[in-house]
Write a protein that binds this ligand. Structure first.
Ligand SMILES: *Cc1c(COP(=O)(O)O)cnc(C)c1O
Length: 383
């Protein structure tokens, strides 16, 4: 394992500080940049020549936008999407002037100068944003790049059909705007049987024909797997690059990207009847061997997630409540002395995928990734 230092990027920590040492950390998050690169290549193969962006919102799905962007750039990826202008400014600093960076949520009023300075391309989601960007361009005496997003049936971001009709009827509405893409987003792409997908695609076709001619983009990760009709000129995967299954009803076609291991802080044996953890939600019904690990809800492990850790293929169920900084495991299945202080148990890895962990927590892999905490030692491999 080699940490990602000395390659031009700061070691990652969500709070902006240096990553904690492996020896001092309570848990270790290993991020396989080689797997991210392989996932990009797999999507490219499926896209058969269509361009493929990298979506890196929420700090690269919690895995470090700077490191992930550098890995994708080595595969020839030169278009990135983030959610907010601040994320774009940070990414621009580490990725350099070449790649396009699109801001999915559009520019909040007044942030246009910062976006221009960082060379960001807004995704224009409303007539008001269109006007503001066109005025910014006019003020600078040059054209400015942007994507235009239309709402084809998700009611989240993008111009509504009536808004599209209104702006196309306005003379000069797009003056000064270099429209790089017309795009939209699918609400149910992970459900291939859903008629909503074809309905959105049809509506996207109708709306984009009203707008000035430009390359088109519709598919997120799951959208890529809906087939070539959804690929258009640019795909925008995020989750699949980061190892989340884009085809939830089928085996994951992507490589897993992360491994999360927590350290044993302490082991003990308790007698029958002992109350375990906050609220004594559990009492030992016989003599039990327990291990307390240094990872809890303060590290993004959901308090309600009934789950387990794994050690050398042996399942070690959580027992009692998840605490802020610790979880108690029932290690009675292991021979006495097999697990001791400082040993690592697996929370996410070969025995339990991100999607498995999400299932136990009643959520989706996306939320597991973006919840991963700031206290981990982060180790980047395979870059
Ligand atoms: C998040 C997002 C994506 C990427 O979606 P994934 O499901 O992670 O692949 C693409 N486009 C838009 C507009 C998004 O908000």
């Amino acid at each position: 394992m080699n940490d990602d230092t000395g390659r031009g990027f700061p070691a990652h920590d969500a709070s902006g500080g240096p990553t904690v040492s492996k020896a001092a950390a309570g848990a270790i998050l290993t991020i396989d940049l080689g797997a991210i690169r392989e996932n990009y290549r797999r999507l490219k193969t499926r896209l058969n020549g269509v361009r493929c962006a990298g979506v890196l919102k929420a700090d690269g799905y919690g895995l470090g936008a700077a490191q992930v962007a550098a890995a994708l750039a080595k595969e020839g990826c030169d278009i990135f999407f983030v959610a907010l202008p601040g994320e774009g400014v940070a990414l621009r600093k580490v990725i350099g002037p070449g790649p396009d960076i699109f801001v999915l949520n559009g520019l909040p009023p007044g942030s246009e100068p910062e976006a221009v300075a960082a060379g960001l391309c807004p995704v224009i989601n409303s007539a008001m944003q269109l006007k503001a960007w066109a005025e910014t361009a006019r003020g600078m005496g040059r054209s400015l790049p942007a994507a235009i997003q239309v709402d084809s049936g998700m009611a989240r971001l993008g111009m509504a059909p009536a808004e599209v009709e209104a702006v196309v009827g306005e003379a000069g509405a797009f003056d000064g705007i270099d429209i790089r893409f017309v795009m939209s987003h699918l609400a149910r792409a992970d459900e291939p049987q859903q008629a909503a997908n074809e309905a959105q695609r049809g509506e996207f076709e109708r709306l984009r024909k009203m707008l000035p001619a430009a390359p088109a983009s519709l598919a997120n990760s799951s959208g890529i797997f809906l087939g070539p009709a959804y690929h258009y000129d640019l795909a925008r995967p995020g989750a699949a690059l980061h190892g989340v299954n884009p085809t939830p009803n089928e085996p994951n076609p992507m490589l897993p990207v992360i491994r999360l291991e927590a350290k044993v802080a302490q082991t003990r044996q308790v007698s029958a009847g002992a109350g375990i953890g906050y609220g004594h939600t559990h009492h030992a019904d016989e003599v039990l061997r327990l291990a307390t690990i240094s990872l809890g809800y303060g590290d993004g492990w959901h308090r309600r997630a009934a789950s387990a850790a794994w050690f050398e293929g042996v399942r070690l169920p959580f027992i009692g409540r998840v605490s802020m900084d610790s979880i108690i495991l029932d290690i009675s299945a292991l021979a006495a002395g097999r697990l001791s202080e400082g040993d690592l148990v697996e929370l996410i890895g070969p025995s339990q995928s991100v999607d498995d962990a999400a299932g136990h927590a009643g959520t989706i892999g996306y939320e597991i990734l973006t919840s991963l905490g700031a206290r981990f030692h982060r180790s980047y491999i395979g870059g």
